[in-house]
Design a protein around this ligand. Structure first.
Ligand code: NAP
Length: 320
């Protein structure tokens, strides 16, 4: 039975790698399946790999580049014996103990790995508009996180896309920094809650651009503006902004677990108490189970919790 891992961690963002640091220091020899570098949606290292400067991660008073921060997480996990592999999980079977995990051909008769406990830290993706250059300019004017990047736009004119609570909340937050915030919505009414709408409409720095959609993102190395189309007349005009915040929703990376772990209405893993899922021995951490906070530091915190929960569970159920 020596090929059975005590803890297998799926995902290598702040949650997965923090779980790996704690599991490794508890002598659980965790294996981290990091994902594949070629993947654009759930890349190894998580969403911080798509950002530039991170100024709100405690312990880095001068700020740190997102990818550098993730390299440090990874090195720290490896230093204590965590094994990390650039492999993407294609299937799991959580109905069998030890749990079974496939990499590559999901129809292969034998699983690639077996593990007594799993920590799921597969993260979430910000939905994007799907425009050319949008991803290239992420971290260079295009952002999916006002909390993370708003500070860089002091005195600028920025736009936010979307009409839900996220967009209205982000637009309102950005007025603390930007001189002007244009909220671009494809319809003529918001989906956001009434109280947030009222707050937004009363904000003199926030301007609504109804019935418009962004059709082009412009700029060579950083964003210089966007083209917007009136959804009713079809007219295309230029909007000079240096920041574009895309706030059209998130999608948790939970396809692998559909039908095996409890998901809520929006597809996030349901956890509790602590980081436990509804399958004993399977724990979840980070954005894959977090609707609300979605920060690197909160993901790291829940990764620590998942490691402690897994360690305790292994002591009570496997290492008895
Ligand atoms: P959401 O409610 O799904 O809203 C997404 C918005 O983006 C909608 O207005 C939608 O337009 C627009 N949209 C979607 N695809 C688009 C596209 N391709 N191009 C342009 N616009 C597009 O997502 P969310 O705002 O992220 O909120 C998700 C959940 O979290 C909601 O339940 C929300 O209430 C909650 N939340 C709560 C708070 C809070 O209470 N403080 C803060 C944030 C989020 P249409 O309206 O035309 O469909």
């Amino acid at each position: 039975m020596s090929d059975i891992h005590d803890v297998l961690i799926i995902g290598s963002g702040p949650a997965g790698l923090t779980a790996a640091i704690y599991c490794a220091r508890a002598s659980l020899s965790p294996l981290v399946l990091e994902g594949e570098p070629s993947s654009t949606s759930d890349q190894p290292g998580g969403q911080l790999m798509l950002t530039t400067e991170v100024e709100n991660f405690p312990g880095f008073p001068e700020g740190v580049m997102g990818p550098d921060l993730m390299m440090r997480f990874r090195e720290q996990a490896q230093r204590f014996g965590a094994e990390t592999r650039f492999e993407k999980v294609s299937r799991v079977d959580l109905s069998i103990r030890p749990f079974q995990v496939w990499v590559g051909d999901p129809d292969a008769a034998e699983p690639t790995y077996r593990a007594h406990s799993l920590i799921v830290a597969t993260g979430a993706q910000s939905l994007m508009l799907g425009l050319d250059r949008e991803r290239e300019l992420l971290g260079h004017g295009v952002s999916t996180c006002a909390t993370c990047d708003g500070f860089f736009f002091r005195g600028h004119t920025v736009a936010v896309v979307g009409g839900g609570d996220s967009a209205v909340e982000e637009a309102t937050f950005l007025t603390k920094f930007a001189d002007k915030v244009v909220l671009i919505h494809r319809r003529d009414e918001l989906r956001a809650s009434k109280i947030m709408q009222d707050r937004a409409f009363a904000n003199p720095k926030l301007e609504m651009l109804w019935n418009h959609e962004v059709v082009e993102v412009e700029g060579d190395t950083k964003l210089s503006g966007v083209k917007v189309r009136n959804t009713q007349s079809g007219e295309v005009t230029d909007l000079a902004v240096t920041g574009l915040f895309v706030a059209i929703g998130h999608r948790p990376n939970t396809d692998l677990f559909r039908g095996q772990l409890a998901l809520d209405d929006e597809g996030y893993l349901v956890t509790g108490p602590g980081t436990a899922t509804d399958v004993a021995g399977v724990f979840a951490a980070g954005d894959v189970q977090d609707h609300t906070y979605k920060q690197a530091i909160t993901a790291a915190g829940s990764g620590c919790m998942a490691a402690l929960d897994a360690e305790k569970w292994l002591e009570a159920n496997v290492h008895v």
